[in-house]
Design a binder for this molecule. Structure first.
Ligand code: ADP
Length: 544
């Protein structure tokens, strides 16, 4: 039964079979799948595999699971944790497991048991319209939450990331971002339920206050006030291996009573500097109301078509080819294109728009568009963003992965201040490395509250081993390059977690010492997500 299964470290078929038998008894055989590592299917965004990373940058089986298990309740998760402690089986919890461009559902340690929380724990537990919040289980996707709000006819909006198929809870735990005024997902979450590695369940914030009369059994302020009393813990359960989150609250936006997406395109590559300088004061003052983004021409070109449609060389697009492609796609884009939105009734929007137009109008040849000004056609990013910026889940954004054959994507995401000088440094560095290694630079800067998330989308052919090795070499170098300039990644792919963690080493790596102290205290048997974000449990550290 375990013939082609990659076993967890230090296990034999015999020892692992015992754990699997106990899991069968707990969850039912039908909720425990054995993974045949010689028969992996990369699936698609719509049917993502839970067994490995479909966008493998290393070998397909490098990050492969031994089994995939599907709990139905918090009690099941506690039971799984108990079995894992007894048999020392590493667990890798995922909510939906899409985790697009960061490793999918794959575990960092080969042979871990992937805990597919979303398969059966997918209830929207509560949506409260007047107080504008929701409480969800791990399997609730952005699409599902959106549809539930529509079904109930509520005057509420959600914030969505680029793609609508991810888990609301999973994305928040990874500190993912969206594009409405609630674009910082961790900032607008409120309250968690967490199974600790020792099997104990905690509720954070006001959730620690019991109220037997409330349907959740916790205080009716659990989703209203994030902090509760005493130490605030929620942050340590994000991008971490300290707990399995089984419920999470989040704030929803009340329908603002009006909306208008817009796009501003800039003619020259050098305009990035002035555009960013224009964005900063507007964003900090709240005149740019949402988390907008400014995208490179190449990213928008890649949404419109394959590289071969814009170049016959098989090489990255040249400056001239980029200029020609902008003309060819004819979607109003420039060398850089800014996508934002106005929220509120018309008079409110008019005031904001006048301020925004006045400021960006100082950049020579900046062009302003509303979606209604342009034909809706393939590759029109403004029409896609029109939905995303008002929280309508989209599946179209992944089109740019098809830019190359067998296109796969990995995100490289360093953080920058919102200054022209910093953005330029980020861009120059990425552009230089991409040219050196023969990749197209497809990038976007998303503007948060005070920072830029520079999201570089590295697209490669996953059937081409040489190309993958080249991309991986470039990525490893870029971790170092950016760190030398003082920039760090906010999130990363499995294969770069150690490298990125190593760059956060101020004061003799004191943050990693704290991480490891917490890890050893909370997870003495080393069972939960070893290696997540570069945090290794004790026995793994000692054997390295
Ligand atoms: P997506 O929403 O994109 O499908 P995933 O469900 O794959 O995201 O989650 C991304 C990552 O977040 C996982 O690889 C895991 O490290 C972490 N994670 C997701 N859900 C949980 C959870 N419920 N408890 C703890 N960690 C989680």
């Amino acid at each position: 039964m375990l013939a082609n299964c990659v076993l967890p470290p230090h296990h034999t078929q015999e020892t692992f079979s015992k754990a699997v038998e106990e899991l069968h008894a707990l969850l039912g055989r039908e909720n425990v799948d054995t993974v045949e590592s010689n028969n992996l299917d990369d699936g698609s965004y719509y049917e993502p595999p839970k067994t490995h990373d479909p966008f493998h940058i290393l070998d397909q089986t490098e990050y492969v699971a031994s089994i995939v298990i599907r709990p139905a309740s918090t009690e099941d998760v506690q039971g799984i944790v108990k079995i894992a402690n007894t048999h020392r089986v590493p667990l890798w919890p995922v909510s939906i497991g899409r985790n697009f461009g960061y490793g999918g559902a794959a575990p960092r340690v080969r042979g871990s048991a992937v805990v597919d929380l979303g398969a059966r724990m997918n209830k929207v537990i509560d949506i409260n319209e007047p107080q504008a919040f929701a409480l969800v289980e791990p399997g609730v996707t952005y699409k599902a939450l959106y549809e539930e709000i529509q079904r109930r006819g509520l005057k509420l909006w959600i914030d969505v990331p680029d793609l609508g198929g991810g888990s609301v809870l999973g994305n928040t735990l990874e500190r993912g971002a969206g594009y409405t005024p609630y674009g910082d997902h961790f900032m607008v979450h409120c309250g968690m339920e967490v199974v600790l590695p020792n099997g104990e369940v905690v509720r954070t914030g006001m959730g620690a206050m019991p109220d037997p009369s409330h349907p959740t059994g916790s205080a009716n302020t659990w989703q209203l006030f994030p902090y509760g009393f005493g130490p605030y813990h929620d942050g340590i359960f994000t991008q971490s291996n300290y707990g399995i989150v089984t419920k999470m609250g989040l704030w929803l936006l009340p329908d603002p009573g009006g909306y208008q997406a817009f796009m501003i395109s800039f003619e020259k590559d050098e305009d990035l500097h002035q555009a960013i300088e224009t964005i900063r004061p507007l964003r900090i003052a709240g005149i740019l109301q949402n988390a907008p983004s400014i995208r490179s021409a190449t990213l928008d070109i890649a949404v419109a078509g394959k590289r071969a449609e814009f170049s016959s060389t098989g090489k990255p697009l040249t400056e001239e080819e980029i200029e020609a492609a902008i003309e060819k796609v004819d979607t109003g884009i420039g060398r850089w294109t800014f996508y934002g939105a106005l929220y509120g009734p018309e008079p409110v929007r008019d005031i904001f728009w006048a301020a925004i137009k006045g400021a960006f109008g100082k950049i020579p040849n900046a062009k302003f568009y509303f979606p209604q000004d342009l034909p809706e056609k393939k590759g029109s990013v403004l029409h896609i963003r029109d939905g995303t910026l008002r929280g309508v889940p989209s599946f179209t954004e992944l089109e740019w992965t098809k830019f190359v054959d067998n296109g796969s994507a990995l995100f490289f995401s360093p953080i920058s201040p919102v200054t022209g000088e910093d953005a330029e440094k980020h861009y120059e560095l990425a552009k230089r490395r991409h040219a050196e290694f023969g990749f197209d630079y497809l990038g976007t800067f998303t503007i948060g509250m005070r920072e830029l998330h520079h999201i570089i989308c590295v697209v490669y052919d996953r059937t081409n081993t040489e190309q993958k090795a080249r991309a991986y070499k470039m990525l490893r170098l870029m971790v170092k390059d950016y760190a030398e300039l003082g920039y760090g990644e906010y999130r990363t792919h499995l294969s770069l977690m150690d490298a990125v963690a190593d760059t956060y080493n101020w004061n003799n790596n004191s943050i990693m010492k704290l991480n490891e102290t917490l890890k050893d205290a909370l997870d003495p048997n080393d069972i939960l997500a070893p290696g997540k974000s570069g945090v290794w449990p004790k026995q793994y550290r000692e054997s390295q």
